[in-house]
Design a protein around this ligand. Structure first.
Ligand SMILES: [Zn+2]
Length: 130
């Protein structure tokens, strides 16, 4: 199944990029605060970032990855425990998982995505110099 994982690829393409996630950890698209809703360039950065299920930190770059052997119930379980730990309603896990899978399904594996509030776009990975 295709999922979003944290990546440092293309970090720095935007001046206000950040990644505080563990490389390769599962991500979800968390609701943002009022500041974030006003602008994806808000100081907190919540509406331009994806949130790590393990680190509970954010990253502005997400990689669409294929995780062989990973099942829907693995995914819901990972979401459930992460949501619960962070004080979100754990019973939302199924719905969140379905939403994220449907979202990831629309992109090619290997695509790096960025978020601008409710708008998502592919980042073109620059060719290394030389
Ligand atoms: Zn915020």
């Amino acid at each position: 199944m295709k999922l979003l994982v944290a990546t440092s690829k293309t970090q720095g393409a935007r001046e206000n990029d950040f990644t505080h996630c563990i490389e390769g950890e599962l991500l979800w698209i968390a609701p943002c605060c009022d500041d974030g809703e006003e602008s994806p360039d808000s100081e907190c950065g919540c509406s331009r970032s994806f949130a790590g299920l393990n680190s509970h930190h954010g990253t502005t770059t997400a990689l669409v990855a294929e995780l062989p052997g990973f099942t829907f119930s693995d995914y819901t379980e990972a979401l459930r425990s992460s949501l619960a730990t962070q004080g979100w309603p754990a019973e939302a896990a199924d719905e969140v998982a379905q939403g994220l899978l449907a979202f990831a399904a629309g992109w090619e594996v290997g695509t790096v995505l960025e978020r601008r509030s409710e708008w998502f776009a592919e980042r073109l990975v620059p060719t290394p110099p030389g």
